[in-house]
Design a protein around this ligand. Sequence first.
Ligand SMILES: *[C@@H]1O[C@H](CO)[C@@H](O)[C@H](O)[C@H]1NC(C)=O
Length: 289
Amino acid sequence: MSPFLCVIFLLCLSTLATAAKFNQVYEWDELDYEWPAEANRTKSLIDGTFKPEDMSPLYMAVFGSRLFLSLGSYNGIPVSLVTVPTSSTSTKHPKLTPFPSWEVHDNGKYGDCNKIEVAAGLQVDSIGRLWVLDSGSSECKAKLWIIDLNNNDRTKLVHRFVFRNWMHDLVLDETADGTFAYISRWGESHIVVFNLKRKQSWMVYTPSKIQVISIAISPNMEEPRKLYLGKLISEEVYSISAATLRSGITRRVNPKLIGNWKTTDPYRMLIDNQGIMYSAFPAENLEHK
Ligand SMILES: *[C@@H]1O[C@H](CO)[C@@H](O)[C@H](O)[C@H]1NC(C)=O
């Protein structure tokens, strides 16, 4: 077993000019679920569906006082989407609660296409719905789930994509004509566009040299909205207009090179409502205006 430490920080940015202040909220040396009964845990440890040392949180979203995490694993885990409260007075290392329930997950039973198999990128929209990318498996196509956090966490499997695997991140574009999701996959030379109103998805291809990893979108009030793309194993950042993707007509785009990070592989990118872009790198953090 390789020991690891997992920490969640709350970040406070009071104004643009002040330095960020971090508050450590939780710290785990091993993650574990809130099991229905100890017998379930023991059984899963014995049959190998649960390997606590394999769980690593990769994506995060927040709504009210709930924090949602997607857990990555190379070997499969019973549940890949969990929730913990944003603050807790009782414990510094809470158990992870399967979200929305144990039943919605495959529980380590490989290849059930009606369950959440491998949760990846997460986003909450303006009306409190959690969008969850699901990579699927070699048996099942990738999927998109929407969970209504304001309505008893009502869960819908809204779409099955034509491909499987390698889901990474998504951004949402809420327009007068409904909500669109733009999805990046690990190092693929395309963006997947999903139109919620029509329940349709399609690929928009980038030149083969632009293998997209991270994806970010400019703030809502800023029109024309732009998408920003971080490239795999590269410092380059590209942009394209969101309107081009929405139409469904354009299937090939030529994103514009707009700059270089000073380091490679922006794993995730995010733009706040002031138009400041943040990026996470495995080794360091940078901020660009
Ligand atoms: C827990 O164990 C009970 C009894 O074996 C079983 O019916 C139930 O499905 C298990 N639940 C989970 C989430 O593994």
